[in-house]
Design a protein. Structure first.
Length: 459
C-alpha cells in the first residue's frame, strides 16, 4: 500500500485535482472535503505505480495543495509506533536529565559564578514556594481554556468567532482584576493572591453548576457570570505573583529568577494540557452510553413518525449508540468508524438520516456537557491547592516596606550624639565639622525618607 496525504485549503483547482487523482487511481468517489481537513487516500502499488506518480504530481501542481507526502503504509505504522514509544522514553529520561542539569549548574557556579540558573534562589522561601504555586496554578489555567474551547466548538457547535466572544467575560475579568490587584497587593500582600485563588475556584464551581443545570442547551449568556468571576480570580492572582516571587531576589539574579518563573508557567501549562487531555477524552468515551440513552426515547419516537418498523428502529438505535461511542473515541475524527457504516447496499431514507443526525447532535452536546462538568473538578482542585500553597509564603510577602518616621528621628538623634562625642578630645574641631556635615546629610536623608513614607501612606 502507498499513501498520499494532502490538505485541502478551499482551492477549486485543488478539488478538481483531487477528483482526477481518485479517478486515475481507480478509487471510488470520496466524501466532500472541508477547508483545512486532512485526507488520507490509500491505494495499491504495482500496476498503479505510474498513475501514482502522475496523481501526486497533479496534486502538487494544484493551487491550494499545501502538503503532499508519499510513503509506505508500513512506514507510517512504524512511525506512529516510534512516536508513541518515544514519548514514553522521553518522559523516563526527564528525571536523570534534570539531575545532570542541576549538577552542571553547580559546577558552573563554582567555576565562574555565572550559571544559567542560580540554584541559590530556591533557598529563598518566597521564591521556592512561589515557583511551586506558579506551576500548580497554571496546571489549571491553560487546560481550562483547552477544554472549554473543545466544549464550545465541538460539543455545542459554536463557530470560532462565537467561541471567542464567549471568552470575553473571562478576559474582561482578568483585565479588571489585574489593575485592582496591583493597587491592593502592596497593602495586603499574599492575602490578595489567596483571595484570587478562592475566587477562581468559585468561578469554576459556578461554571460546573451552570452546565449541570442547562446541560447541552447552555448558551453563552448562561456562562457569562461564572466566566466573569473566574477571570476576576485569575487577574487577582497573576498580577502580584511575580512581585512576590522576585521581591527578595538580588538585582544581579533578577534575570535568572525571571527566566525560572516564566519556565515554571510553561511547565505547568504543558503538564496541565497533557493531564486534562487524558481526563477529558477519557470521559467523552465513558459518558457516550448515558448520552445515547438520554436521546433514545426521542430517537425511537421520531423513527416511528417516519414509519420505520419497530425491529428496524431498534437496530438503528443500537447502532446509533455504538457509532456515537466510536466517533467520540476515534483517533482520527475525519474517518468514518466501522460502527457507523451501513451494511452493503443499504441506504437510509433522507428523513431517517435527518432524524439520526439530529439525535446525534443532541447526544454529542449531552456527552460533552457531562465530560466538561467532571473535568472542571480538576480545575477546582488545582486552584484550591494553589490557595493552600500560598499559606506557606512569608506572612509579609508582597507587602511594600515603608520607612518608619520614628526610626528616622532616632537615627538623627544618634547622629547628633555622635557629633557631640567627636567634639571632645584632640582634633575635636575638625571632627566636629565632619560630624556636623554628617548630621546635615543624615537630616536631609531622614526628611526625604519621612516624605516618602508619608506619600506612600497617603497614596
Amino acid at each position: 500500500m502507498r499513501s498520499v496525504v494532502y490538505r485541502f485549503e478551499g482551492s477549486p483547482a485543488f478539488a478538481h485535482a483531487l477528483r482526477d487523482a481518485d479517478q486515475e487511481l481507480g478509487l471510488p468517489a470520496g466524501e466532500s472535503v472541508d477547508d483545512g481537513e486532512w485526507v488520507l487516500a490509500m491505494f495499491e502499488v504495482g500496476e498503479k505505480r505510474r498513475a501514482t506518480a502522475s496523481a501526486a504530481r497533479g496534486l502538487l501542481r494544484a493551487p491550494g495543495a499545501e502538503t503532499v507526502l508519499v510513503f509506505d503504509r508500513r512506514d507510517w505504522e512504524r512511525l506512529v509506533d516510534f512516536a508513541e514509544a518515544g514519548s514514553v522514553r522521553m518522559m523516563a529520561a526527564a528525571a536523570p536529565v534534570l539531575a545532570i542539569f542541576v549538577a552542571y549548574e553547580r559546577v558552573k557556579d563554582r567555576r565562574d559564578g555565572s550559571p544559567l540558573v542560580q540554584l541559590g534562589l530556591f533557598r529563598q522561601r518566597a521564591f521556592a514556594v512561589g515557583i511551586t504555586i506558579a506551576v500548580t496554578f497554571f496546571l489549571g489555567v491553560t487546560s481550562f481554556a483547552l477544554i472549554l474551547t473543545l466544549f464550545l466548538q465541538i460539543g455545542l457547535g459554536f463557530g470560532p468567532l462565537h467561541a471567542g466572544l464567549t471568552f470575553l467575560p473571562f478576559s474582561g475579568g482578568v483585565l479588571i482584576a489585574s489593575g485592582l490587584a496591583a493597587r491592593l497587593a502592596p497593602k495586603f500582600g499574599r492575602g490578595v493572591t489567596m483571595a484570587g485563588a478562592l475566587v477562581m475556584a468559585g468561578g469554576m464551581a459556578g461554571l460546573i453548576a451552570t452546565v449541570h443545570h442547562f446541560g447541552g442547551a447552555v448558551t453563552t449568556w448562561d456562562m457569562v457570570p461564572a466566566l466573569l468571576v473566574a477571570g476576576l480570580g485569575m487577574g487577582t492572582v497573576l498580577a502580584p505573583l511575580a512581585d512576590i516571587l522576585l521581591a527578595d531576589v538580588r538585582p544581579q539574579d533578577a534575570g535568572s529568577a525571571s527566566g525560572v518563573f516564566n519556565t515554571s508557567l510553561q511547565l505547568g501549562a504543558s503538564v496541565g494540557v497533557a493531564v486534562i487531555g487524558v481526563i477529558f477524552f477519557g470521559l467523552l468515551g465513558s459518558q457516550s452510553a448515558p448520552a445515547a440513552a438520554s436521546v433514545s426515547p426521542q430517537l425511537r419516537a421520531a423513527l416511528a413518525a417516519q414509519q420505520v418498523p419497530a425491529p428496524v428502529a431498534g437496530r438503528i438505535t443500537v447502532q446509533f449508540g455504538d457509532c456515537l461511542h466510536a466517533r467520540l473515541v476515534a483517533a482520527d475524527p475525519t474517518a468514518t468508524p466501522a460502527a457507523c457504516r451501513l451494511p452493503a447496499g443499504q441506504v437510509l431514507p433522507a428523513g431517517v438520516q435527518r432524524v439520526v443526525a439530529g439525535a446525534g447532535l443532541k447526544a454529542v452536546r449531552t456527552d460533552f456537557a457531562a465530560a466538561l462538568i467532571r473535568t472542571l473538578w480538576f480545575q477546582v482542585g488545582v486552584f484550591l491547592a494553589s490557595f493552600v500553597l500560598m499559606l506557606a509564603l512569608p506572612a509579609g510577602a508582597g507587602r511594600r516596606r515603608r520607612a518608619s518616621p520614628g526610626a528616622d528621628h532616632r537615627r538623627a538623634r544618634d547622629g547628633a550624639a555622635g557629633v557631640g562625642a567627636a567634639g571632645v578630645g584632640p582634633a575635636g574641631g575638625g571632627a566636629a565639622r565632619d560630624g556636623a556635615g554628617s548630621v546635615g546629610a543624615a537630616s536631609v536623608g531622614a526628611a526625604g525618607d519621612a516624605r516618602s513614607g508619608r506619600d506612600a501612606v497617603t497614596g
